[in-house]
Design a binder for this molecule. Structure first.
Ligand SMILES: *[C@@H]1O[C@H](CO)[C@@H](O)[C@H](O)[C@H]1NC(C)=O
Ligand SMILES: *[C@@H]1O[C@H](CO)[C@@H](O)[C@H](O)[C@H]1NC(C)=O
Length: 188
């Protein structure tokens, strides 16, 4: 009887320890960033270049000549403020593809490398659907590296302004989280 109850006690202790670890690993730290992305589609300072000309039909909702499948490679500057001359904070590198036959929809697949601030050197991976005429679009934060390892969340994405017909400024509000540092609990 006595040994049976001590086994039960041990089991309870193990269950409690597992719960503590589960809670610790579920604990996450928020990451909020506001970035301005400069997508320059023409001229000498161009940062977005056509990579593939789609062979699909013309898409009637996009600028003349746009075809389903058109794919653009980007290496866009990210700044702290709206102006291109404000503090540089990173680059958005990846692609977007005209992914709808008829609607103005791009599918974005990009990495965001931060080059300033507490996440300098860390990367967020962002992917999602950009219905370009919508006021606010929502893309997903699907991962990260460095200080942003195992990031998840979303990006609220707005066209903030268009300068000189080729310079699109996009406002990216990143609402993500990363696992909180749980070494203290895990080593107890
Ligand atoms: C795509 O077509 C345009 C003309 O519409 C041309 O200037 C450009 O070089 C082509 N790009 C590729 C990658 O073939
Ligand atoms: C970011 O990190 C790089 C490499 O460690 C360093 O050279 C650079 O000065 C840092 N930038 C800022 C703004 O802290």
């Amino acid at each position: 009887m006595g040994s049976r109850s001590s086994v039960a006690k041990q089991q309870l202790v193990l269950i409690a320890a597992a719960l503590v670890l589960a809670v610790a690993s579920a604990r996450r730290r928020p990451v909020h960033l506001r970035l301005y992305m400069h997508d320059i589609t023409g001229g000498p300072g161009r940062t977005a270049v056509p990579l593939v000309n789609g062979t699909g039909p013309l898409n009637p909702s996009m600028p003349a000549g746009s075809r389903f499948g058109d794919t653009t490679a980007i290496d866009d500057l990210l700044t702290e403020g709206l102006g291109v001359e404000s503090e540089p904070v990173g680059r958005a590198q990846g692609t977007y593809m005209l992914a709808s036959l008829r609607e103005p929809v791009l599918v974005v697949s990009m990495t965001v490398v931060l080059t300033a601030g507490p996440y300098n050197g860390s990367v967020l991976v962002v992917a999602g659907r950009d219905s370009v005429l919508d006021e606010t679009r929502e893309l997903a934060v699907v991962g990260g590296t460095g200080q942003l390892r195992r990031a998840s969340g979303h990006v609220l994405w707005r066209t903030a302004r268009l300068e000189s017909a080729v310079h699109w400024v996009l406002e990216l509000d990143v609402h993500a989280s990363v696992p909180a540092d749980d070494t203290r609990v895990a080593t107890q």
